[in-house]
Every structure is written in C-alpha cells, then in structure tokens.
Design a protein. Structure first.
Length: 82
C-alpha cells in the first residue's frame, strides 16, 4: 500500500473502531504504517469478552511495545517537577 492509501485506511479503521467504542492510543508519534499494522496485525487478535453498553475500551500501543526512553523521560520530568 502507498503511504497515502495507508493514511486513508488508518483513518477509516480508526473511525470504525470509534463507532464500536474502541480507542487506540499512541504515546509517541509513530508513522501511519506502523499504527495500521499494529491495529490489523496485533490488536485484532486481542480477545475482549467484556463489552458493556456505553463502555469504552482503550488500548495503548506502548502497553504492547514499551518505550523505555519515553518512560524514563516522563518519570524524570515528574520527579523534577515535584
């Protein structure tokens, strides 16, 4: 798929997920291709039996692929601001 078609497909799939009260969050700025591949290759394999009316299911990319540098920067920033 071209970069342009990946962007369009990502927007479409994000809208479909939102209609089903599913949100996928990416803490760091990954490219659209990485986001699309994560959703289609990994997230769709996740089993979620508990879907209550009005409930929003939230997935965070970093829960599947930790970013230790981002975590360290956030903890350091929180420490220094305290």
């Amino acid at each position: 798929m071209t970069d342009e078609s990946i962007e369009e497909a990502l927007n479409n799939i994000s809208e479909l997920l939102l209609q089903k009260n599913i949100i996928v969050d990416f803490s760091r700025e990954d490219d659209s291709r990485t986001q699309y591949q994560f959703i289609t290759d990994e997230l769709f394999d996740q089993k979620n039996d508990l879907m209550l009316p009005g409930m929003i299911t939230h997935f965070n990319y970093e829960a599947f692929h930790p970013d230790h540098k981002l975590d360290t920067e956030a903890i350091t920033s929180e420490f220094l601001s305290g």
